[in-house]
Design a protein around this ligand. Structure first.
Ligand code: NAP
Length: 462
């Protein structure tokens, strides 16, 4: 039987070997999810809510262990992992409540003898594929609304981080959610993705990951006309207007850029700063960035953990070298520590000035702790640079001026916008991207809709 090796990205040490599910086992899991759907959809909304709340309580009771597992397999500092566990349970609690608010409506008919009633019903069996950067939260923000809606749920975690997910699913069962209503399968993305998309039992695919894989899943879902929700890549601009509170902008830029070693889809990837405050902002940002300590996430003083793997590391280093070759000035960082033999990769938080639009880092998602700064004179130019990307997930801007703020909010083509705020994500708000950053939203009242079908009843001869 093939094995999946899960390693600690900070040390390269093997944490655990898991059996990879065979294709037959995965198909059986899908069959079970199909059978379980018939009974789970009939569990009333208040009971579904109660079970979801119980699940959330159990996760919080075990939060330190779960956070340690996240740190071990993903590398992020333990304090961030604890934050992720809280964020993950926020989704469960929010959707436990939303289960009770799946409302239908009545519509006045155009004939006296008719009545029109509209109801919502669960879409069916949902299959999810998730990334390694938030092993807990990317699962619960899909599983919680799916289960709340009355769907059954089967998830494939990223190869790097299956252990967190396996623990979450165990706790869901301990909470009383039926074994086949929520299941996890372990294996390789491409193969499991093909089984999911080819299945006639699965009615919805929900995916968080890279844009190329998302496009493949959309194409492969066409044959069975599955509903899809896609949370894909980003390339967030962060604009700092001339009148911005610079200290606030520095603090929030650090929060947005360096969390999870810069490996988040909403990380600021292009820092676009008004030319008159360029020097002051760059100096202050560099000073703060130099204080960030890289290391093993289990060490108390670590601010920035390792890069997840060699591929991720090499992409970051390539972008950095390309920028330096094109005359970028390094203000902080640029010490890369790869131990190829051991399998651990660290990138020192880095600030580069004099970024130009011909650099790869200004067009590609970096997924690493590099902050490139480019300057602008006119706000229209900043907006043009910001929107010049096929991505449209998150954007940030800093200004104290209302009309500048409203103008930026309205003209930036991004699904999530932070105004003087580098951390806008919240379970109660719709998260998702425009353009090639995705389809649909997760979180908030919007986040349960993709798991529901609208059904209309016309009653005649009343
Ligand atoms: P990835 O390579 O797309 O992998 C994500 C998941 O897709 C993994 O479980 C992976 O499985 C699976 N996968 C890979 N190839 C597949 C295929 N051909 N068919 C079906 N599934 C396949 O992305 P990643 O590098 O892990 O994650 C980083 C990306 O996720 C970034 O682009 C980031 O912006 C995006 N992201 C987006 C959001 C959002 O909400 N918009 C949030 C977080 C991350 P294996 O591990 O087995 O290969």
């Amino acid at each position: 039987m093939s094995k999946l090796k899960v390693s600690n990205p900070a040390t390269g040490e093997l944490i655990q070997e898991l059996n990879i599910n065979t294709n037959e086992e995965i198909k059986t899991a899908i069959d079970h999810a199909g059978t379980a759907f018939d009974s789970w959809k009939k569990v009333d909304a208040f009971e579904r809510a109660r079970l979801l709340k119980k699940w959330s309580e159990l996760i919080l009771e075990n939060k330190l262990d779960i956070a340690k597992t996240i740190t071990l397999e993903n590398g992020k500092p333990l304090k961030e992992a604890l934050g992720e566990v809280a964020y993950a349970t926020d989704y469960i609690e929010w959707y436990a409540e939303e289960a009770k608010r799946i409302y239908g409506r009545t519509i006045p008919a155009n004939q006296n003898a008719k009545r029109i009633v509209v109801n919502k019903q669960p879409i069916g069996v949902v299959a999810a594929i998730t990334p390694w950067n938030f092993p807990a939260a990317m699962m619960t923000r899909k599983a919680a609304p799916a289960l709340a809606a009355g769907c059954t749920f089967i998830v494939k975690p990223a190869a790097e981080t299956p252990l967190t997910m396996i623990r979450l699913v165990q706790l869901a069962h301990e909470a009383g959610i039926p074994e086949h209503a929520v299941q996890v399968v372990v294996g390789h993305g491409r193969e499991i993705g093909d089984i999911f998309t080819n299945s006639k039992i699965i009615r919805k695919i929900t995916f968080t990951g890279s844009t190329p894989v998302g496009k493949t899943l959309i194409k492969n879902s066409a044959d069975t006309v599955k509903s899809v929700t896609m949370e894909l890549g980003g390339h967030a601009p962060l604009i700092i207007a001339e009148d911005a509170d610079i200290d606030l902008a520095v603090k929030q830029t650090v929060a947005s850029k360096f969390r999870n070693a810069g490996q988040t889809c909403v990380c600021a990837n292009r820092i676009i700063v008004h030319v008159n405050i360029l020097d002051e902002f760059s100096e202050k940002l560099s000073k703060e960035v130099k204080k960030l300590k890289i290391g093993n996430g289990l060490d108390d003083d670590t601010d920035v953990g390792p890069i997840i793997n060699k591929t991720g590391y090499e992409k970051i280093v390539e972008q950095l070298e390309d920028a330096v070759n094109k005359n970028a000035e390094i203000l902080a960082g640029n010490e890369n520590m790869a131990n190829y033999e051991q399998g651990s990769y660290f990138v020192q938080p880095t600030v580069i000035k004099n970024a130009t639009l011909d650099m790869a880092i200004m067009h590609e998602e970096t997924f690493g702790p590099i902050a490139p700064i480019i300057s602008f004179k006119e706000l229209d130019k900043a907006i043009e640079i910001a929107n010049d990307t096929p991505f449209g997930l998150a954007a940030y801007f800093f200004t104290q001026d209302y009309s500048t703020g409203i103008r930026l909010y309205e003209q930036l083509d991004f699904g999530i916008v932070g105004w003087n705020d580098g951390a806008p994500s919240a379970a109660h708000a719709p998260f998702g991207g425009m353009k090639e950053s995705g389809l649909g939203r997760e979180g908030g009242v919007e986040g349960i809709e993709p798991y529901l079908e609208t059904k209309y009843l016309s009653i005649g001869n009343v």
